[in-house]
Design a protein around this ligand. Structure first.
Ligand SMILES: CC(C)(COP(=O)(O)OP(=O)(O)OC[C@H]1O[C@@H](n2cnc3c(N)ncnc32)[C@H](O)[C@@H]1OP(=O)(O)O)[C@@H](O)C(=O)NCCC(=O)NCCS
Length: 165
């Protein structure tokens, strides 16, 4: 009987400004796959129009933290980025962005992206309240909800819960 080998995790490298358009597309697709109709169509349209410029700015800053891009066959399929917002925060490091496209999930890419972006460091992040899969994923990595909530993602249309470790 023929067997199929499991898909290996995607490869990962640091992003450069040349990845801006592709990362904007992955980010937008990640939003659609994760949040669907919870985000108004007008917000998606705005991101489609301005996303590349936003990513160009983020990737052009020489002082910016590394954005990690997961890729398969030359095509970006995921991304991660952590930032150090400084003292006064619940932890000095924040996992700001983590997306793996739906077709690529479950093959270890998410874990590998997290390992590169934050390693084992104490850290915090915000996750949408209905995103139970991501909350479980983070719980496995040692994060716990700490009770804080906010409404700032996607121009205020999502309620987010804070997780810390
Ligand atoms: C959360 C997310 C980043 C996880 O990415 P992923 O690539 O599916 O993650 P992994 O494959 O590393 O791990 C997922 C599961 O696959 C399993 N897995 C399969 N192959 C694996 C491997 N080779 N190594 C590690 N885990 C593996 C793990 O056990 C894990 O189990 P879990 O679902 O109980 O956590 C991804 O689901 C995602 O992008 N979701 C949409 C966007 C999102 O919610 N982002 C977070 C916003 S705060």
């Amino acid at each position: 009987m023929p067997t199929t080998s499991p898909l290996p995790a995607a490869r990962i490298r640091p992003a450069t400004v040349l990845d801006a358009a592709a990362l904007a597309a992955v980010h937008l697709q990640g939003w659609r796959e994760t949040y669907g109709a919870k985000i108004p169509e007008a917000v998606y349209v705005d991101r489609a129009e301005h996303g590349t410029a936003v990513w160009e700015e983020m990737l052009s800053d020489p002082d910016a933290p590394t954005t990690w891009v997961a890729h398969r066959d030359g095509e970006p399929v995921g991304l991660a980025r952590a930032e150090a917002p400084g003292a006064g925060n619940v932890r000095p490091l924040e996992l700001r962005l983590l997306y793996v496209l739906a077709a690529e999930q479950g093959h270890g890419t998410g874990h590998n992206l997290v390992q590169l972006a934050i390693g084992d460091a104490p850290c915090f992040l915000w996750v949408e309240e209905g995103n139970v899969r991501a909350q479980d994923f983070y719980r496995d990595l040692g994060f716990e909800l700490d009770g804080a909530t906010r409404q700032t993602a996607a121009q205020g249309h999502l309620t987010e819960l804070r997780m810390v470790r």
